[in-house]
Design a binder for this molecule. Structure first.
Ligand code: PLP
Length: 423
């Protein structure tokens, strides 16, 4: 498999190069030149997740040297459990719980797969990984690469815009992980990251990124959507629509790719918070960068989603895209109301991101749906507890992380400031 830039300005590369560079030299994002087809329309349940992952991802790694890391990468990412549970009161709706990894959000899957690839690439020569985070990415990547030999990790997060608990999950590491509080928004963090990746002197130091723009984070996300859809089909006898909470569009893109590849997914419904660029775009507005708006579901506070470029590349026919994809914007009031009613109505405590997706159920026709539950509610307990009226109990790995002391360095949103601080 070869990887091409969404901007079409460079020669195709192999998987290793796409992972190592993160971003194509013309500023575009790497995409596989084609999507393999799976004849997976079966009513039997799928293989266990790691085996499905090996089958789904093997064609993407092909003859690339990183093919040798496939088994290890799938084992590390898909040792995380992925329960699919019926929603109380709605037997036709399944909840795909993507939060049973070490940092209690779906980003653990991509981060662990990426970490296994990077360790192999860096063997003997080392690497630097820079990641911009609106909250959850940084923790997942830091956890996946903490104490990896020869690899150092810099985490950029918007100063003062993440919760105290999120800060503990990013800044609680030592050794090879450094947290930087950038004076600006998530979009400033993302811009800084892109500048560093495009800078020859940073490239010479083996810099890469672990954001959802890295193809090694995106591809494994196809697997749990496929696995969830196959299990819903086995449970309910029909292909479900997927409801995906969306910020940078990585999870939604992976769901669309799984659908394209032939897995039994009727449609993909994208849910944003008040950052509604995708919704407006699908309604015909021209996409242009917007400032991020702060919301209760802050891991989705993205004004200008990076993966929009990939989505447009994958579906050059806008009419076709519009026909297969619906999008909803959910307000903070609606998110709050859904969290508040969760315990009585669905016997669940929702995190704010999953709550946005659950809210949309009431606006959709009564067909089979899989709701992607992107985080454990305890990860956002300061938002969730007062609304739900109970404090969600953190899973053990998260509890341990929340108990660590935090350390970080505050910087101006410039490359020079980052260079000065990260020595
Ligand atoms: C990152 C994140 C999202 C948004 O995912 P994207 O792939 O950026 O669209 C949603 N929910 C949670 C909990 C997240 O951490």
């Amino acid at each position: 498999m070869r990887y091409v830039s969404t901007r079409g300005g460079v020669e195709p590369v192999g998987f290793s190069t796409a992972v190592r560079t993160g971003l194509a030299p013309d500023g575009g994002l790497w995409m596989p030149e084609r999507l393999p087809e799976f004849a997976a329309r079966t009513t039997e349940g799928p293989a266990e997740p790691a085996a499905l992952a090996r089958a789904v991802l093997a064609p993407f790694l092909g003859e690339d040297p990183l093919g040798a890391a496939l088994e290890d990468a799938c084992a590390r990412a898909f040792s995380i459990e992925i329960p699919l549970t019926a929603l109380h009161g709605r037997p036709d709706v399944s909840v795909l719980e993507l939060f049973h990894g070490p940092t209690a959000a779906f980003k653990d899957f991509g981060a662990r797969f990426f970490a296994a690839c990077l360790e192999r690439l860096a063997a003997g020569r080392g690497a630097s990984v820079l990641v911009a985070t609106s909250g959850d990415t940084g923790g997942a990547v830091a956890a996946a690469l903490h104490r990896s030999p020869g690899i150092r990790v810099g985490v950029l997060f918007p100063a003062g815009r993440i919760s105290a608990d999120q800060l503990r999950q990013i800044a609680g590491f030592d050794d090879n992980v450094t947290a930087f509080a950038v004076r600006g928004s998530f979009d400033d963090c993302q811009r800084l990251l892109k500048e560093a990746l495009a800078d020859p002197s940073w490239q010479a130091r083996g810099l890469t990124t672990a954001n959802s723009v890295n193809i090694a984070r995106l591809l494994p996300q196809i697997v749990y959507h496929a696995h969830g859809a196959l299990r819903h089909l086995a449970r309910c006898g029909e292909a479900p629509g997927l409801i995906v909470p969306t910020g940078n569009l990585g999870n939604a893109l992976a769901a669309s790719m799984a659908r394209r590849m032939g897995f039994p997914i009727r449609e993909v419904v994208i849910v944003t918070n008040a950052n509604r660029l995708v919704v407006d775009w699908l309604q015909g507005a021209k996409p242009a960068p917007r400032p991020a708006v702060r919301t209760l579901a802050n891991a989705m506070d993205v004004g200008w989603p990076s993966n929009l470029e990939r989505l447009r590349w994958l579906f050059p026919d806008f009419g076709q895209l519009r026909g297969m994809m619906r999008a909803f914007s959910v307000s903070d009031a609606e998110i709050a109301r859904t969290i508040r009613s969760g315990p009585a109505r669905h016997r669940r405590i929702w995190d704010p991101h999953t709550a946005a997706a659950v809210h949309v159920l009431d606006e959709l026709p009564p067909a089979g749906w899989v709701v992607c539950a992107t985080a454990h509610p305890a990860k956002f307990r300061d938002v969730v507890a007062p609304l739900a009226g109970v404090a969600p109990e953190p899973p053990p790995a998260l509890a341990e992380m929340l108990a660590r002391p935090s350390r970080w360095t505050e910087i101006e949103p410039t490359l020079a400031a980052l260079e000065e601080a990260w020595r």
